[in-house]
Design a protein around this ligand. Structure first.
Ligand SMILES: Nc1ncnc2c1ncn2[C@@H]1O[C@H](COP(=O)(O)OP(=O)(O)OP(=O)(O)O)[C@@H](O)[C@H]1O
Ligand SMILES: [Mg+2]
Length: 360
């Protein structure tokens, strides 16, 4: 029996009713990093993360009642301090008279399984978002187009210089802005056209023109510094999307007003010659514990107001074009702000990420 237990892959452990370890097999040593010598006679709490210590008293209570706990999923701590996900089954141990004297426990690491489960949930959410965007793009673009046509016709019929004519011109402008926004937020899934030669400076000007009324109204001043430069070979719609996302994020971070600066310059990076665009805001900055997560899909600090896909999408688009996107940020009072740098090489893209466009 002892030999079987020792050769098992699973961690098999027994403890008394005070939570003191009585036996500890090879599998447990491999899993937790502690040898049997280090654990026998020691409290099992050593492998339980502090915030989960309450679980132990609950487990012991259940065991005292003679009940088993099956496939309980929780987290435990290795000797190295690493916390990992685990599935445990715990059963009471009885002496010859049937009295419960302790518990035996079989544990198995499930970190990998959990990771796969989380990825699946994420990719399902993404697929759903893609389908929704494709539907919305269709449902919104068509009526928008007919509105544009109707207003155009009405303007043709109205007397130039008259009030109605002026109103219609304003309405047309606003509608154009709306169409532009809808294309950017929803059109990404549909931009399957070929890349063309695009002036980044012009592209940035057109994104800024869409957002400047909103930015100015929020007390944000806009500074531009564009160097002369060659054109880049990109899908225009994709990069309208990238920079809209960055500007929207900057605006969200400057609710009390501030400064948005956008500049371009030629540069040489590990990815070759190209153009770096720097979008800098004087907003709240990104907290250190968040900065590693901001490119993850569905990471947002905006609650209901954000979906958390803006930066994720931007990163996919930039990288599929062979470029890079990086973020630096400070939350220091009086000196806070965020700088996002997007580098696009002149050269041809090294790889394509077609999966992104699978949504339609
Ligand atoms: N310029 C910025 N200043 C401060 N925080 C930022 C900035 N850009 C991004 N963040 C942080 O990164 C998070 C993720 O950004 P991301 O654009 O991916 O999603 P979101 O803006 O929350 O939602 P959406 O999908 O609508 O873009 C934001 O919720 C915010 O916390
Ligand atoms: Mg965003």
């Amino acid at each position: 029996m002892a030999a079987i237990i020792d050769s098992a892959d699973d961690a098999i452990i027994s403890k008394d009713l005070n939570g003191i370890v009585i036996s500890w097999n090879e599998g447990a040593s491999k899993l937790f990093g502690y040898s049997a010598d280090e654990m026998i006679g020691q409290p099992i709490l050593r492998v339980i993360p502090e915030e989960l210590e309450y679980e132990e008293s609950k487990i012991l209570k259940t065991i005292r009642l003679g009940e088993q706990i099956s496939h309980f999923e929780t987290r435990r701590k290795k000797k190295s301090g690493e916390v990992f996900e685990i599935s445990v089954t715990i059963s009471p141990i009885r002496d010859e008279t049937g009295t419960i004297i302790g518990a035996s426990k079989i544990a198995r690491e499930i970190t990998d399984r959990k990771r796969v489960e989380r990825l699946l949930v994420q990719s399902e959410k993404l697929a759903a978002t893609g389908r929704m965007a494709a539907t919305m793009a269709h449902e919104i673009n068509n009526p928008l187009e007919s509105l544009m046509n109707l207003i155009f016709l009405a303007r043709q019929d109205s007397a130039p210089g008259g009030k109605v004519h002026d109103y219609l011109i304003t309405a047309e402008g606003e509608l154009e802005r709306l169409t532009h926004l809808a294309r950017q937020t929803l059109g990404f899934y549909r931009d399957t056209g070929s890349p063309t030669e695009v002036s980044l400076n012009q592209l940035l000007e057109s994104v800024i023109s869409v957002y400047s009324p909103k930015l100015l109204a929020a007390g944000i001043t806009i500074e531009k510094h564009f160097d002369d430069q060659r054109k880049v070979f990109i899908r225009r719609g994709e990069f309208l999307q990238v920079f809209s996302n960055l500007i929207t994020n900057a605006a969200d971070a400057m609710r009390q007003g501030g400064k948005l600066s956008i500049s371009t310059h030629e540069s040489v990076g590990p990815w070759g010659d190209g153009i770096e665009t720097v979008v800098r805001d004087s907003g709240s900055g990104i907290r250190l514990e968040h900065i590693t997560q901001i490119f993850e899909p569905f990471f947002t600090t905006k609650g209901e107001l954000g979906t958390g896909i803006g930066l994720w999408v931007a990163k996919q688009l930039v990288e599929s074009r062979g470029g890079t996107i990086s973020v630096a940020s400070s939350t220091e009072q009086g000196n806070s702000g965020t700088t996002v740098t997007v580098a696009i090489p002149y050269g041809p893209p090294t790889g394509h990420n077609e999966t992104l466009r699978a949504g339609g």
